[in-house]
Write a protein that binds this ligand. Structure first.
Ligand code: SAH
Length: 361
């Protein structure tokens, strides 16, 4: 489907979902809809006498082999190829979920658009990677753009790609990227938006909606590595970030230090529970950014957010259906959608990102 048509379909879908709640503004499209994904995960398997790597077929663990994908960073596709070839020459077998035989489960490649740094994560079932040192040396010879390699050990049967234990095999174990003029550290398990160019538009829109004057106290809920809060900090009096993933919180604190930003603090925990405690302690944010996962927020968070009586809530969402549900919850407390701007963060897919301004009426 031509890109313009993809955009108008997404715009229509958002009009249908949100037109009854508030104004639906024009969708912000991408200058280049290809090659944007900076995080590529490939499952490894063996079929018909051949090592293959790619994605799972819908609702299954059957691997669809992928040599190149138009939405992925070319460098990532090439690195995954090289790893596949190296596995053959180093006799590293893909892990078989049924028999428990083999070593390599997945490869994840994360690239930083502006710094060019590249993180390769080798996900193994057990702690042993036979010939690992030589394997990494060979990988670096063939792909000198790789700046760090991490082994993630995932013995579990769950559908999570990364395990809890990590071993740094080469380099610092993380990459850094520049976004909206700030530098961010990204660890293997930390969330980072996959489309750099469109994320800059998304965050710029979120900042515009927040109308910060330098006097506000700001909450960045579901803050990940602190991107939104750190970008807002320059136009706010103080920022508080809250995030569930401890690795991301560690990155967020490091990102504040590294960028010399002092009017921000980060807390690890559930956003809903944390906001309730914040209110109990007598704090009241003037502006709330919230950027929950696809499943959306919770009635508990929304109730506390409204009880804080903020001037504005800026809701960044990657799940239109959960956003519609959450807007219903907001309206129970008299906070309503003023307008929503869809952003095409994921061209050539069905996914739709958006920024909503929610205010009291
Ligand atoms: N605002 C960040 C991250 C958004 S992704 C950015 O733009 O990069 C959503 C984040 O919410 C993830 O980092 C995830 O770990 C976190 N999260 C998920 N459930 C949460 C909860 N109950 N409380 C706080 N954070 C949560």
């Amino acid at each position: 489907m031509p890109y313009e048509e993809q955009l108008s379909r997404k715009a229509q879908k958002m009009k249908k979902l949100f037109g009854k709640y508030g104004e639906v503004r024009g969708i912000l499209g991408a200058a280049n809809p290809y090659g944007y994904r900076n995080k590529v995960t490939a499952a490894f398997g063996f079929r018909n006498g051949r090592l293959i790597s790619g994605v799972y077929e819908k609702n299954s663990h059957r691997i669809v082999n992928i040599d190149r994908c138009l939405i992925q960073d070319d460098r990532a596709d090439r690195i995954i190829h090289v790893i596949r070839d190296l596995c053959v020459s180093f006799k590293i077998h893909s892990y078989d979920e049924d028999t428990g035989f083999g070593v390599l489960r997945h490869v994840m490649v994360r690239t930083a658009a502006e710094t060019g740094e590249v993180l390769v994560i080798l996900v193994t079932a057990g702690p042993i990677f036979p010939g690992g040192r030589n394997f990494v040396r060979a990988l670096r010879e063939k792909c000198p753009e790789v700046t760090t390699v991490v082994q993630s050990i995932n013995p579990s049967g769950s559908s999570m790609v990364l395990g809890e234990r990590e071993k740094v095999l080469f380099g610092p174990g993380y990459i850094e990227d520049l976004l909206c003029g700030l530098k961010f550290r990204i660890s293997p398990a930390s969330f980072y938006q996959v489309n750099h160019a469109q994320t800059e538009k998304l965050y710029a829109k979120a900042m515009e909606e927040a109308h910060l004057t330098g006097r506000e106290s700001v909450l960045d809920a579901y803050c990940g590595i602190g991107t939104i809060g750190l970008i807002a900090a320059g136009s706010a009096s103080a920022v508080t970030g809250v995030e569930l993933n401890p690795d991301a919180v560690r990155d967020a604190r490091q990102n504040a230090r590294q960028n010399g930003i002092q009017n921000i603090r980060f807390f690890e925990g559930d956003a809903g529970r944390f906001l309730k405690e914040l209110l109990n302690a007598g704090e009241r944010p003037d502006v709330i950014f919230m950027d929950p996962p696809r499943s959306g927020s919770t009635p508990e968070f929304i109730r506390s957010a409204c009880a804080a009586k903020p001037e504005r809530i800026v809701y960044i969402s990657c799940g239109p259906e959960s956003l519609a549900r959450d807007l219903g919850e907001f309206s129970r407390w008299n906070y309503h959608l003023t307008h929503i701007t869809p952003v095409d963060l994921f061209p050539l897919t069905e996914e739709i990102e958006s920024v909503s301004l929610i205010e009291k009426r």
